[in-house]
Ligand binder design. Structure first.
Ligand code: SF4
Length: 114
């Protein structure tokens, strides 16, 4: 775990008090991927894993609900997180997840939802 992973995990503390349905609502209603998909403006997938991963990461990087998305992913998928969400690739996200889990399990975060 690096300092960057720790910082991203700490940045999610502000979502700790949000209920799962609040997170889901934020992602479904304000997530950039949903907006682009609905409007037909989602970038064309190339079929090449690396290129598509970079494409997805660029979309996520401009999304206004990155924190909510990542928090929701960690709560629902945990270490099994897959794909590009929020906008980190899997290996980076798993490293952040370990920091996130430690903060939550260690009781570092106040206002956490059960
Ligand atoms: S962070 Fe990415 S995957 Fe999550 S809602 Fe935003 S665009 Fe979609």
């Amino acid at each position: 775990m690096s300092e960057v992973h720790e910082r991203i995990a700490a940045d999610l503390d502000e979502c700790a008090g949000l209920a799962d349905d609040q997170l889901a609502h934020a992602v479904r209603n304000r997530g950039l991927c949903g907006w682009l998909s609905t409007s037909g403006e989602y970038p064309e997938w190339t079929g090449d894993f690396r290129s598509d991963q970079e494409l997805a990461a660029r979309v996520c990087a401009a999304c206004p609900v990155q924190r909510e998305c990542l928090e929701w992913e960690f709560r629902t998928r945990g270490h099994a997180t897959a794909g590009v969400w929020g906008p980190l690739p899997e290996d980076e996200r798993r490293a952040v997840y370990e920091c996130w889990e430690e903060r939550r399990d260690g009781g570092t975060v106040a206002g956490e939802q059960a």
